[in-house]
Design a protein around this ligand. Structure first.
Ligand code: ACO
Length: 277
């Protein structure tokens, strides 16, 4: 788990170290806007990392001044539109495809929003289970500024995460909000000064690294799934999800009970059991 591997290939860069995959949008000269090439490459990277034993948490950030300036207006919109509806649909499918892959990723995911985050960037932002922003980061649904509605899920993202009034204001005005306001609006979990952002994200990732990985995956899926269920359906789903997790990882929770009740070596109310034993 301590082995370090790195790769930089065109539009996506990544390192794996200490159980954490640090994946970065890597088109800083284009403010990490998402071109079809970037979207294809990101799916390959997610594919390669998802089932590696040395990847237990994934962090998505951006090289340079941006997290992501949204879709590439030239390569994603203008050039694909020039090639007809088939090309448009293909580009959409490639973008939405990796966001969906990320929403249901095997390991917990954290958006580390280091700078600009616009429009289409809200797709991967929402896809990440947790999000931490720099105070200095700037967010906007800028679609309205160039004459479209916030598509590609962006409208759904703000309606899911923000109050109706804030979502409406954000989408209609296209105004920027900084990381602090994004945290106050619950678009992200927290914001901290950029100088401390990586340290804070590392701290949170290290908390997750200590948890039972089967329970993490079951929990993150449950949080997303039950959001659209009635109470009774959720109750039923959670019984079945726990039973499925038990059959996948029979020993983990028993060991958790044993270390608390018999060994008295930890308290579940205060931290995780030692999964190395
Ligand atoms: N699409 C295509 N190219 C982009 C994008 C984008 N979304 N964002 C930046 N670029 C390119 C610029 O065209 C420029 O290219 P060039 O060097 O070849 O001229 C380069 O990146 C640098 O951009 P600047 O505008 O010079 O950088 P600056 O730091 O001054 O401004 C900012 C940064 C505010 C992010 C600005 O680039 C911008 O407004 N980008 C567009 C943001 C946006 O509205 N995105 C679309 C959201 S809607 C959606 O995603 C569906």
């Amino acid at each position: 788990m301590t082995e370090k591997t790195s790769e930089t290939e065109d539009s996506v860069a990544f390192d794996v170290e200490g159980g954490i995959a640090w994946v970065r949008f890597n088109r800083p000269a284009k403010r990490n806007s998402m071109s079809p090439t970037l979207n294809r490459r990101m799916m390959q990277v997610l594919d390669e990392l998802e089932f590696r034993d040395d990847v237990c948490v994934l962090v998505l950030s951006g090289e340079g001044a941006a997290w992501s300036a949204g879709m590439d207006l030239k390569e994603y919109f203008r050039e694909t539109e020039a090639n007809g509806l088939g090309a448009v649909r293909r580009a959409q499918s490639e973008a939405y495809g990796w966001w969906r892959r990320l929403r249901w990723y095997r390991v917990p995911t954290i958006a580390m929003v280091n700078g600009w985050c616009f429009g289409g960037g809200y797709g991967p932002l929402f896809a990440c289970d947790l999000a931490f922003a720099a105070d200095e980061a700037q967010f906007a649904l800028s679609e309205i500024n160039w004459g479209i509605l916030p598509g590609g899920g962006a409208t759904k993202v703000v309606v899911e995460l923000l109050s109706m009034r804030d979502a409406m204001y954000h989408a209609l005005t296209g105004e920027l909000i900084d990381g602090r306001k994004a945290a106050a609006w619950k678009l992200v979990n927290e914001s901290v000064p950029l100088s401390g952002l990586k340290a804070r994200v590392t701290e949170v990732a290290e908390v997750l690294l200590k948890k039972n990985p089967v329970a993490l995956k079951a929990t993150k899926d449950a949080i997303r799934r039950v959001a659209e269920m009635t109470y009774d359906n959720a109750e039923d789903y959670l019984v079945r999800a726990q039973e499925a997790a038990n059959s996948f990882d029979n020993e983990g929770r028993k060991e958790g009970i044993r270390q608390f009740i018999d060994e008295k070596s930890y308290k579940p109310g205060l931290g995780a059991y030692d999964k190395a034993r």
